[in-house]
Design a protein around this ligand. Structure first.
Ligand SMILES: [Zn+2]
Length: 197
């Protein structure tokens, strides 16, 4: 049972294709398996299309073709993480692995897959900007609830959390962060240079 979904704002941006490539991959990983969010996305797309249809025709700008071609290079909003290419897996701690996703990063954003063994508690942290998390396997719990396979976690700069892996399998997540993490405890601060996140 999926209980955590992307916010309406995030789904609308996803449908409009305005999320960054990294953020889109994480939203797509959730939407592909969530009938509710597929419906919301389809509705947002239909609404966007209808709005465009209703707009009075205007003279095209001289650079319209160039702009349109540049847009084609942007990630497709419906791209699922199946099309995502990963780099080399790096060891972080016993049983903890980070695998970067290859994206054309905007600013300091990062996309990675994180494997964490059962029972492991991650360092308490907050974020510069937003964090999207799609649970691909296992589950974790933090201050905002329990996140199982298919769930989507959305945090912003005001959130401060400490995820702990629950259940009897490792937890695998696809994570996008808009900016660096800020570790809230001494162990986390010591580890940060190695984490690179
Ligand atoms: Zn959903």
């Amino acid at each position: 049972m999926t209980t955590h979904h992307p916010s309406e704002l995030t789904l609308t941006a996803f449908a409009a294709g305005t999320l960054s490539e990294g953020a889109s991959h994480v939203v797509a990983a959730h939407v592909v398996g969530c009938p509710h969010c597929r419906e919301v996305t389809a509705m947002a797309e239909a609404t966007g299309g209808a709005l465009l249809d209703d707009m009075p025709p205007t003279e095209m700008a001289a650079d319209a073709l160039e702009l349109a071609l540049a847009r084609i290079d942007r990630p497709a909003p419906h791209g699922t993480s199946a099309g995502l290419v990963f780099g080399r897996r790096r060891w972080l701690a016993p049983g903890v692995w980070i695998t970067p996703g290859k994206i054309a990063a905007r600013g300091r954003e990062q996309l990675y897959r994180l494997d964490v063994p059962q029972g492991r508690r991650l360092p308490r942290h907050s974020h510069e900007g937003r964090e999207f998390v799609a649970v691909l396997q296992g589950c974790f719990v933090d201050e905002s609830g329990l996140y199982a396979v298919g769930d989507f976690g959305e945090a912003d700069a005001s959130d401060d959390h400490q995820p702990t892996v629950q259940g009897d399998t490792p937890c695998v997540c696809l994570i996008w962060t808009e900016g660096p993490l800020h570790m809230r405890d001494p162990i986390g601060r010591l580890l940060q240079p190695w984490l690179g996140i």
